[in-house]
Design a protein around this ligand. Structure first.
Ligand code: MRU
Length: 471
């Protein structure tokens, strides 16, 4: 059953579930201070320093857990930018100082374990018009949700794949053919979308964890714990990328004499594309929460309108000043000095620093190079593909249905419901490439959870020395 809350202005009101009965308010799907934090937490310096792998000691783990506990206490006060936004917002200003991203003042993750055997997600196919949840109970449910883009974004589909194998364990861990079933379900999840590296990375990690489990109970608990660890790590790595990236925005702010830092981002690489914080938008949220004046030019208005429907939605709900622009406007803005920095996400990054991202990213990078605007891609290590060098030749580019080009979905104001319209003559042939590859030579730097590196093999290996054998 789908349960959802319908967005009405800035309020969320209880709506009917599909089954006809009213559903209760969503129980806290939120990050809990007791969530396992894994062994990767450390005291992160707020600069670009390279973070090496750190073994975590028991006392450090305790400190880290306490640190999380402290961060769990909301501290919502208007920041200076909320008090005097450079442009009028259609949403109430919301501050989430030291917190992750909010929707109407409440913190959400994009995916969570709602109850044993039930994974709940924010249904992104309904945004921005309806804020809805979708409950998934089988691996087939999860495959459909990934394929139909009820959830999407490189990091999030990796986590979703991990939860997909947890659902497989819930239903099949006790069966004699468990290993064959695990492989079949893993293959089905892998086949949903080809470009983002995170999907296969998460499946391999789950399979490695499950390989040694001998009993049904062990399989189930291991699947749950590993999927949760992948999810928590995604959120924590995004937070770290935000801390590294905000240093760049601080430098620009210092030069801008109090004028907002103008960021251009393409598509949605915010918290909706991950578990929390996001990648391209993580430094923006960190800057906004710290009171730095920041403004975002939001694009990707075709083919899927994810800038319009997702990025504008999440920035608006968090109170970050932003302006929606058509995809073709970026070059013009750069020529006129209206963009300080381009921050984009990434779906797969090669060992040489080539970046696959939403179609149209390459054109932004060309315009940025022509106008001397720094262009950064932000990605966690789960997006790095150490097995390939030449991104243009080797990265598989997803092609999606032609209807995403020939038709545009939206909201029919008069009828008060979603509508889709055709924008070309009936039967017009259309091509729909989902991603393109920006060659490393156009990328100023890569921001990862370990710091900022030049987009080169050497730069990446300096951050990930343990990959020397594959790099
Ligand atoms: O097709 P999607 O929505 O799953 O693609 C992912 C994206 O939104 C973008 O390419 C994004 O910039 C990188 S993923 C965080």
């Amino acid at each position: 059953m789908i349960r959802f809350w319908k967005s009405s202005g800035t309020r969320f009101r209880l709506h009917q579930g599909y089954g006809g009965q009213a559903v209760p308010a969503p129980s806290a799907p939120l990050w809990s201070p007791d969530d396992p934090v894994g062994g990767f937490l450390d005291l992160l310096p707020e600069n670009h320093s390279i973070i090496r792998n750190l073994a975590i000691s028991p006392s450090r783990a305790k400190y880290a857990a306490n640190r999380h506990r402290r961060r769990a206490i909301p501290a919502c006060r208007p920041s200076p930018i909320d008090a005097d936004p450079p442009r009028r917002l259609t949403f109430p200003p919301i501050c989430a100082k030291n917190r992750a991203v909010n929707v109407a003042g409440k913190h959400y993750r994009t995916i969570w374990l709602e109850s044993p055997g039930c994974v709940r997600i924010i249904d992104q196919a309904r945004l921005p018009h309806e804020f809805a949840f979708l409950d998934l109970r089988t691996t087939a449910d999860m495959c459909a949700a990934i394929r139909d883009m009820n959830l999407r974004g490189a990091g999030l589909i990796g986590c979703a794949a991990a939860w997909g194998l947890y659902l497989s364990a819930c239903l099949h861990a006790g069966q004699p053919n468990w290993h064959a079933r695990l492989q079949t379900d893993s293959d089905a999840l892998l086949a949903t979308r080809p470009t983002a590296r995170n999907l296969e990375w998460a499946l391999h990690r789950m399979q490695r964890a499950l390989a040694a489990c001998a009993t049904p109970g062990d399989r189930l608990e291991t699947a749950r714990a590993e999927a949760q660890a992948i999810t928590d790590e995604d959120a924590e790595f995004s937070r770290r990328m935000g801390q590294h990236g905000v240093a760049l925005l601080r430098e620009i702010a210092a030069r801008n004499n109090g004028q907002p830092v103008n960021v251009l981002t393409h598509c949605n690489a915010g918290w909706l594309a991950f578990v929390d914080h996001g990648t391209a938008l993580a430094p923006v949220y960190a800057a906004h929460n710290a009171g730095l004046p920041v403004h975002v030019w939001v694009d990707e208005t075709r083919p899927r309108n994810q800038g319009a429907s997702l990025t504008a939605w999440e920035l608006g709900h968090h109170g970050v000043p932003h302006t929606l622009i058509p995809d073709n406007a970026g070059g013009h803005l750069m020529q006129h000095g209206m963009v300080d920095i381009v921050l984009v996400g990434c779906d797969r990054c090669t060992a040489a620093g080539d970046v696959a991202n939403k179609i149209g990213t390459y054109l932004k990078a060309l315009a940025a190079r022509d106008n001397g605007v720094p262009f950064y891609a932000i990605l966690p290590s789960s997006t790095l593909d150490w097995s390939i060098r030449d991104g243009v030749k080797e990265i598989v580019i997803e092609q999606r249905g032609a209807d995403e080009v020939t038709h545009v979905p939206g909201w029919n104001e008069a009828a008060g419901k979603p509508a889709t319209v055709r924008i070309c003559p009936a039967g017009t042939p259309a091509a729909n490439y989902g991603f393109d590859v920006t060659p490393a030579r156009l990328v100023t730097g890569l921001i990862t959870e370990r710091g900022i590196a030049p987009a080169t093999r050497e730069g990446l290996l300096a951050l990930y020395p343990e990959r020397h054998a594959d790099g």
